[in-house]
Unconditional design. Structure first.
Length: 399
């Protein structure tokens, strides 16, 4: 059962909050002490007794990671794989899908840059057609247009749940209802939503879900995961196989394993894998619904405060918005704002227009500053951030 949320306890368990004001959680969040200890302890064991031996010693704990990931998304552990990042997890599923020439893949304006590049490559390699579903009036995927395009026929819907360049949270369950009605394969990129909002693959109705450890789950960098549902295991042979993903059954034959670990490689970051498990367990102990409500509230608080600063415009869209807040300062390049804030130990990021060509240029927007909050941030940090940004906006606009 989730423990009662205590902000002071969470901040005490997050050593980084004493060093920086961290509003770059959509890039890589500050890990809790338990994740740090888990990773360092395993690396120490590797140094003391050897890497293979340390992995053997941790065999049960490594196996438990799959159960933790399964609880995170509401899936059996045999349908979970651990890979190095969310993009590679997505790639292993989508590149392995048995597309035929002329197959239509429906995606959204908020789709992540790497996913779009991959779809364009598949268009060139396999002759698929990539169809972009427009936004509705609220800025989320237009469900009416999606339904019309599904009625025309589609092999796959590939949608980003929460984009990297704004607070939007797409209606994943509504999309799942439509894909179920038209019996269309459904891939959900949950890189930014895992840990930010509750996920349940049964309620969502997706066949594949990809996620990362380093963002809202507060895990180590270089860790990701994949949910592969029954239809995914029936249809997809990963584009890359090794002795972990398949058995060499004779000199000229092989057999792919029957669970989601077909999407893994034999060699992996064992310390990171354990750290991912520790991060998921920590998130589950607090309760995703509880922490999600807090960070969503913080996001709205920050948006409201930014809207009060002269020359600052907030550009998040969607009926439901999360903790990623994007904004521009009139007449000032986003990279300048990012750099000047960093000089004050305030971490943000930028969302380049070149990384969101289906969205930001479509809305006539330049590169934006991205300030992404997490449940461990507090009101004093928001006040400090707003004051620093207001001073910068005033100074730079005069210059």
């Amino acid at each position: 059962m989730p423990t009662e949320f205590s902000l002071s306890a969470v901040r005490d368990a997050t050593p980084g909050v004493d060093e920086v004001l961290h509003f770059n959680n959509a890039g890589s969040a500050l890990p809790p002490q338990t994740v740090l200890d888990t990773v360092v302890d395993h690396l120490t064991r590797e140094a003391m007794i050897g890497g293979y031996e340390a992995a053997a010693e941790a065999e049960d704990r490594l196996e438990n990671v799959y159960g933790s990931l399964g609880r995170l998304v509401g899936a059996p552990p045999e349908h979970m794989a651990v890979v190095e990042n969310a993009t590679r997890a997505w790639d292993m599923a989508v590149y392995g899908y048995p597309f035929e020439r002329g197959d239509r893949v429906l995606t959204c304006r908020a789709e992540y840059v790497s996913n779009v590049i991959a779809l364009l490559q598949l268009r060139k390699q396999k002759g698929i057609e990539v169809v972009v579903i427009d936004d509705d009036d609220a800025g989320q995927i237009d469900l009416d247009q999606l339904e019309a395009e599904l009625a025309r026929g589609a092999a796959m819907v590939a949608m980003t749940h929460a984009p990297t360049n704004g607070g939007l949270i797409n209606p994943a369950e509504r999309v799942g209802e439509l894909t179920a009605h038209f019996d269309t394969f459904y891939v959900l990129d949950a890189c930014q939503s895992a840990g930010q909002v509750p996920l349940d693959v049964t309620s969502i109705g997706c066949d594949v879900l990809s996620g990362t450890g380093r963002k809202y789950l507060r895990g180590p960098r270089g860790t990701g995961f994949l949910y592969a549902g029954p239809r995914a295991l029936e249809r997809i042979e990963p584009p890359f196989l090794d002795l972990h993903a398949a058995d060499w059954t004779s000199e000229s034959t092989y057999e792919v394993r029957d669970d989601a670990r077909r999407f893994e490689n034999w060699e992996t970051n064992f310390a990171g894998k354990l750290g991912l498990g520790a991060a998921v367990d920590y998130a589950l102990s607090l309760g995703i619904a509880q922490t999600s409500a807090r960070l969503i509230e913080l996001g709205e608080t920050l948006r409201a405060a930014l809207n009060e600063i002269d020359g600052v415009s907030v550009h998040d869209k969607g009926s439901t918005r999360g903790g990623i807040v994007t904004f521009a300062v009139e007449g000032v390049d986003a990279d300048v704002i990012h750099r000047r804030l960093r000089e004050q130990d305030i971490n943000t990021s930028t969302s380049p227009a070149s990384h969101a060509r289906l969205d930001l240029p479509h809305r006539g927007l330049p590169t934006l500053v991205r300030a992404s909050v997490h449940y461990y941030n507090d009101g004093d940090e928001i006040d400090r951030f707003v004051a620093a940004l207001g001073a910068l906006a005033s100074e730079l606009s005069r210059g």
